[in-house]
Write a protein that binds this ligand. Structure first.
Ligand code: ACO
Length: 327
């Protein structure tokens, strides 16, 4: 069975920039603190009325153009998101309609910041089995809408955006997605949640007043889990292919915090120069983070034919995943 190959990438970030200095105006923080603790300098915010599917479609159009694939040729659309346009139906159905991709079946994958890698892994399975020949994978989140703008622990970290990939069966043996690896530890669910708005805590005036329908995070626990699991899954995934970390050409990692990236890179002994870093510009764009980074590295001409590219992401759940690609 052929491997799935990424034949096009695209990304989109809204025009409005919010700098750390802008945040200083309404929350007790400073540019120095944010840069030193996270590496983030600015992030993007969707325009009023702009939806997650609008961002997803913008990224998708770029990826489709690069791949030379028409929307009507798509057979599958998978969107990694936890901030869909509405609770029902999925973000993916709006993407399908806006693109005019009438042949594609479409659904969302909810794995928070790991959503891009989870969606990629799901689509990969359909290509590998031969059931689908052209798949569109998107990671998109409009996180500024679920932030408590009074909570300095979280509101400085995130931004909005979308990234996309088009998958097709590889035309050359040995090239493509060598494997994807997904992991979950639901015992850690409570360290990163949006507590209200679901069946456990339906929306009420009271929980809206106390902002329980917004993101709630134990930053230190998330930090420790991210470093531990991203390190371990990278080793695990490379081992399957008899590869060592020294053979990795590019590390495309979830852009949550520069200190997380530095700690992981140090542990897996891959120089930081091999890691694409854009969190200074976008902050944490959740499911969009890895697809945006991949697209930027691709468009910068960094990814050469035959290179080993490792993608890793981690998010609420906790959920995490890794993809190993021979480009
Ligand atoms: N500005 C100023 N001070 C702040 C801010 C802020 N924006 N945020 C927190 N502080 C304060 C805290 O209140 C605390 O003050 P105190 O000592 O008086 O209580 C102090 O800074 C230190 O807080 P810590 O939590 O120890 O700071 P830390 O160095 O751990 O950094 C951070 C916090 C940036 C949240 C870090 O823990 C982190 O990045 N964790 C990972 C979170 C993450 O990436 N989440 C994304 C979602 S999941 C994912 O993508 C993996």
């Amino acid at each position: 069975m052929p491997l799935a190959q990424i034949i096009g990438t695209g990304s989109y970030a809204p025009a409005q920039v919010i700098t750390n200095k802008d945040l200083e105006k309404f929350v007790d923080t400073s540019d120095e603190w944010i840069v030193e603790r996270t590496g983030i300098r600015e992030r993007r915010k969707a325009a009023p009325g702009e939806t997650t599917s609008d961002m997803a479609v913008a990224a998708a159009r770029e990826a489709l153009a690069m791949a030379g694939v028409r929307p009507e040729d798509l057979e599958l659309i998978v969107v990694g998101t936890i901030t869909a346009d509405m609770p029902m139906p999925s973000c993916a159905v709006f993407v399908q309609a806006k693109l005019g991709a009438g042949r594609a079946f479409a659904f969302d994958v909810a794995a928070a910041c790991a959503g891009g890698v989870y969606a990629l892994s799901v689509a990969e399975q359909f290509i590998r089995t031969g059931q689908v020949k052209r798949a569109l994978v998107i990671g998109a989140d409009l996180f500024t809408g679920v932030l408590n703008w009074n909570d300095r622990n979280t509101c400085v970290l995130f931004g909005d955006g979308a990234g996309a990939m088009v998958l097709a069966p590889a035309q050359e043996e040995g090239r493509g997605l060598l494997s994807t690896h997904l992991r979950t530890d639901g015992a850690l669910a409570e360290i990163l949640t949006i507590p209200a708005g679901g069946s456990r805590e339906p929306l009420t005036e009271e929980n809206i007043r106390t902002q329980r329908h917004k993101l709630n995070m134990n930053g230190r626990e998330v930090f420790k889990c991210a470093v531990r699991e991203l390190t371990s899954i990278t080793h695990e995934a490379l081992k399957v292919h008899g590869l060592t970390t020294s053979q990795v050409d590019h590390f495309i990692a979830h852009q949550a915090n520069l200190r997380i990236l530095e700690a992981v890179m140090q542990r897996i002994e891959i120089p930081l120069e091999k890691c694409w870093i854009n969190l200074d510009k976008y902050g944490n764009t959740s499911a969009a983070s890895v697809p945006i980074a991949l697209d930027e590295a691709n468009r910068a001409g960094r990814l050469k034919r035959g290179d080993i590219v490792v993608m890793v992401a981690i998010g609420s759940g906790m959920t995490w995943g890794c993809a190993v690609v021979r480009w």
